[in-house]
Structures are given as structure tokens and as C-alpha cells.
Design a protein around this ligand. Structure first.
Ligand code: 5GP
Length: 211
């Protein structure tokens, strides 16, 4: 580049998703409580009401349906979904600006939204948070042998759906213990930064500089 200017390397887009009730929010909170975390959280927009203690612009941007729908129509959402009667979505501008300036951005979103991000930004890193009992499927489903057929079938169905969902992701992290899941997620981000395709151009530039 002219004049030895250094262009910021694009940040990584990290997407954490998984089935409802798996503990995505708890894992996300633990990640951002840790001051050593280097990536930034993208605050979502929602039409649901704030819960006690939640603050606008910190936990979510709490907005009306009207405002949310305007943002959708104007193409200002990277993704959005309706979940239990409310809209949830990721404002696009913030994500774009941060990634362009070299900051890693972390999204914690439900599965329909994650699939939309995968379509629009396939270069993202998609992490599926897995319920611990999915790893012990057999025990859980037929284990004690005391469950009714209906219960067994329902569990099979849920497990099937969860495994299908997992196939659209790059990584599966079991949420057996929050601290373990957090460590694994951080490890994934670190490793992704070491991929040769992400670092080789720096070395190539150095070589050119020596010529
Ligand atoms: P809660 O109402 O408990 O804060 O969140 C409900 C669900 O919405 C969680 O599964 C959470 O991951 C998801 N969610 C939060 N923000 C977003 C978002 O921006 N987009 C999508 N698609 N889901 C979100």
C-alpha cells in the first residue's frame, strides 16, 4: 500500500447460537464479564419490554414494533427474527463499522437469525451451543426405561432437530459448565486468528518491504 499505510485487518464475526434454553445468554454474560475478552458484543434491538434491571443501549435497544419494522424496511438489520411474539435483530451499521476497523464482533442470537447471517456473511465463525444432555442422548431418551412412548418420541424429535441445526455451524460447544463453554469459545476465536489465510499477507508484505 502507498506510503507504508497499514490497512486494518478485518475483524472476525463470531456468532453464538443454539436451541432455546441452552444457556446462550448466560455464556455470553460470562464472556463479557471477563475483562480479558478482546471482542465486542453487538447489542441487539428488540420489541420486548425490558426486564427488571435491564437498560436501554446496554442489554438491548428497546424499540417499538413500528421503529423495528422501519429498520427492516430500510435494510438496516443484518438479521432479525420473531421469537415468542417479539422481534429481535442485529443492527447492521455497528457490525460493519467495527469489522471494517479490525474489531472482532460477537453476536448471541437465536437460530433463525444465525442462518440469515450465514447467508450474508459466510466468512463468520458459527458456534453452536449444545445442550449437555444431547451428548448423552441414549441415556436421556431410553435411560431409565420409565418414560412413556410419547415422552421418548418427543425427546427424539427435539434431539433430531437440534442435531440437524448443528450441521449449519462450524463448531459445536457443549454447555456442560459455563466456564468450560467460555474457555472453548475463546479458544476457537484465538485459533481462527492463527489461520494462515489470515496472517500470510502480513508476512508477504514484510518480504516486499525488504526488496
Ligand atoms: P431474551 O428475550 O431472553 O433476552 O432473548 C430471547 C432469545 O432471543 C434468545 O435466544 C436470544 O439468543 C435471542 N436474541 C437476542 N438478540 C437477538 C438478535 O439480535 N437476533 C436474533 N435473531 N435473536 C436474538
Amino acid at each position: 500500500m502507498a506510503g507504508g499505510e497499514v490497512m486494518a485487518e478485518r475483524g472476525l464475526l463470531i456468532v453464538l447460537s443454539g436451541p432455546s434454553g441452552v444457556g446462550k445468554g448466560t455464556v455470553r454474560e460470562a464472556i463479557f464479564k471477563d475483562e480479558a475478552t478482546t471482542f465486542e458484543y453487538s447489542i441487539s434491538m428488540t420489541t420486548r419490554k425490558p426486564r427488571v434491571g435491564e437498560k436501554d443501549g446496554v442489554d438491548y435497544y428497546f424499540r417499538t414494533r413500528e421503529v423495528f419494522e422501519e429498520a427492516i424496511a430500510a435494510g438496516r438489520m443484518l438479521e432479525y427474527a420473531e421469537y415468542v411474539g417479539n422481534y429481535y435483530g442485529t443492527p447492521l451499521d455497528y457490525v460493519e463499522e467495527k469489522l471494517a476497523s479490525g474489531v472482532d464482533i460477537f453476536l448471541e442470537i437465536e437460530v433463525q437469525g444465525a442462518l440469515q447471517v450465514r447467508e450474508k456473511m459466510p466468512e463468520g465463525i458459527f458456534i453452536f451451543l449444545t445442550p449437555p444432555d444431547l451428548a448423552e442422548l441414549k441415556n436421556r431418551i431410553v435411560g431409565r426405561g420409565t418414560e412413556s412412548m410419547a415422552v421418548v418420541e418427543e425427546r427424539m424429535e427435539t434431539a433430531k432437530k437440534e442435531i440437524e441445526m448443528m450441521s449449519s455451524y462450524d463448531y459445536a460447544v457443549v454447555n456442560d459448565k459455563v466456564s468450560h463453554a467460555v474457555a472453548k469459545i475463546k479458544g476457537i476465536v484465538e485459533t481462527e486468528h492463527l489461520k494462515t489465510e489470515r496472517v500470510i499477507h502480513r508476512y508477504q508484505k514484510m518480504l516486499e518491504g525488504l526488496k
